[in-house]
Design a protein around this ligand. Sequence first.
Ligand code: ATP
Ligand code: MG
Length: 818
Amino acid sequence: AQRRSAELLEGLNPQQRAAVLHSGPPLLIVAGAGSGKTAVLTRRIAYLLAERGVTPGQVLAITFTNKAAAEMRERVIELVGPRAASMWVSTFHSSCVRILRTQSALLPGMNSNFSIYDADDSRRLLTMIGRDLELDPKKFSARMLATAISNLKNELIGPERASSDAEFEDVELPRIVARVYTEYQRRLRAANALDFDDLIGETVGLLQKHPEVAEYYRRRFRHVLVDEYQDTNHAQYVLVRELVGHGAADPSAATEAADAEAGAAAAGEAESPSARSVPPSELCVVGDADQSIYAFRGATIRNIEEFERDFPDAETILLEQNYRSTQNILTAANAVIARNTNRRDKRLWTDAGEGELITGYVADNEHDEAAFVAREIDRLVDAGAAGYSDIAVFYRTNNNSRALEEIFIRMGLPYKVVGGVRFYERKEVRDIVAYLRVLENPDDAVSLRRILNTPRRGIGDRAEACVAVHAEQRGIGFAEALRDAAAGEVALLNTRARNAIAGFVELLEQIRAAGEMDELDFPDVGAVVEAVLDRTGYRSELESSDDPQDGARLDNLNELVSVAREFSSEARNAVEAARAEGFVPEAGEGEPEPGSLAAFLERVSLVADADQIPDEGSGMVTMMTLHTAKGLEFPVVFVTGWEDGQFPHLRALGDPAELAEERRLAYVGITRARRRLYLTRAVVRSAWGQPVFNPESRFLQEVPDHLIDWQRLEPKRSSAPTQYGRRRDAESTEDDWTGGWLRGRETRPGLREGRSARVARNNVGLVLAVGDRVSDDKYGLGRVVAADGVGDMASVTIDFGSNGKIRLIPKFSQTLTK
Ligand code: ATP
Ligand code: MG
């Protein structure tokens, strides 16, 4: 044991070691980027298990993404062995789903099959409500209402309090929001559904209203650890406080329910009586206020700044040594973040040495910028200085990936774009997922209404409205109202619609029965998806369609079948492997059966951009937004788009708080780099189809000049307004200034020719063959993967990367160019 303990502490600096060894009062670890916060959290867990007799079941570790959770678990398993596999390491949302599924009996009107509504489902529901309440959709868009409600939920303000608060307002908006909010919650409950914010809020409510449940989890989770604490919102903070049963009485922070309870109990006591019967759990949170970049989701630095007030006996450990980056990179990051006011100054240092200078590049436009990035990557890989998967390219917003993808495809560089239009957001995939959800949760009204007439089966809007009114009048759910309609009990419904509805109800029952009858040891979700595609006629409708897009939709649905199949078979293999080793596998508490439909739906609901980040050694360059890059590190990093109006974002230019947040984003971006950092900007960038001149980002100007080796400064061109140019490098010659391609480097004119080849707007005569690279205004860059037929009606299938495979007829596509 002595030796193991030494191993677990090996290589840690004294502060890190103290953080791993700390026991007792709540612990806050604050430190700048790359100082080993996540590493310390992981070691601490390993140490708890190996040295302090803590069992894996007693640990709850919260990370910001599912992928980070998986990595942390892996790492702990490496350190202490396979018994750590059963530990709860997950995101706030996933842990809450597990708690809520286990405790669903305590959620009024809900059961454990509840659906999880994402932003799109919420907006659909809000659109219906807006219509029913006859709100002006221009004044009260679903999007705006969704944001307003989400903000309230992040503050744990329920509909009752929102309503009573709104009474005293003399403007209309809060009253409308409160009314919509009330109705929205009512309908969510009736649909046995929770939205994302509810996952947190309902868990908090559960713990506050049911002291015995809170006590159960406090007994269970003796150790709660949270990474990226700076990005928690108020609801998440209260959740942590309830889970550990520890912290200051803060009446303003309590929910309505707790307020009521606190009022009934002794005044000023926010802790429920049971909290005292279990000693508080140990809490360890790590974070960096300078990396808080989710204020738009309600995250509040306050949580980290006031930790010591929230938990009065808390201790704080500062980490100051950075193990990730070279000194030049760190100095640049420190210089930028130092411009933010009201922050605790941190002295971050490294003994990694100065390292190379940061490379700067001023591009003519976004294509030139992308070409520079691609050329550099090519050069680095050729020279053996880095592998593709060592490299990441960041940008401010998702749409910026397009120019990069264009050139990467042209040059044949392997890459993966993380985020953007996601597979599960495609219409056809959402349609089928809606069927799956209804099979799992028959009360799910939003999904039910989505598929009611998809594929078309003669149930029109009027019929849907009749059913909805009936449901409203009887105070029953939409599913029940549909059954009434099938039985002829709904007024104003004609026979055709009634028969169509009866057919639909019957169809769902058949599929459900088939699923139950076939239920094997391991349900195969792929088979369920197949059954839905076949029996609903969804597949045959697409197959018989003339619309070339429908071919691509079919491909996507086949992909869904494969994904579902794989999901079930992976679970089966895992269980069989465990059996072979003599384990009796069991679903964890609050977890659906591995490989089941419920498990599949849960994964679909909780998948996030960051979960698509390729594993190390993938052989691909990773492209993503700066937000998604949080917590990651790469040997080589390109941060593009350093222009005022781009980064900082246009929206932030006049707003000091938003500007400070953008600056933190710059700090996050720069500090992802380990050895080599590139900062690029474009003089002109197209936005909404117009070329826009953007001045150099103020953040770029904040990077000390001597740290940057400018490969190219702003070229002098008649079309570019020179006031935006800034001569940065005192030693640069007039030649550089007037813009050779690259200073001291060979130019590759072929790239420019490649770009100018994109001329054809009129596609008459556009002939494509397998392997051709094409560009489409809507789908971006792609490569032809199949060609069918000949002559004018020949069709091709094009792989548009993250936008999927699309089949189309080139002759009729106005927007496609070779
Ligand atoms: P961020 O703020 O970006 O989330 P972080 O503080 O969580 O960063 P980590 O990702 O944990 O930092 O660590 C950064 C890098 O430093 C990792 O590669 C990690 O393995 C390494 N590292 C951390 N501590 C040490 C140490 N004591 N010795 C050597 N390497 C270390
Ligand atoms: Mg980290």
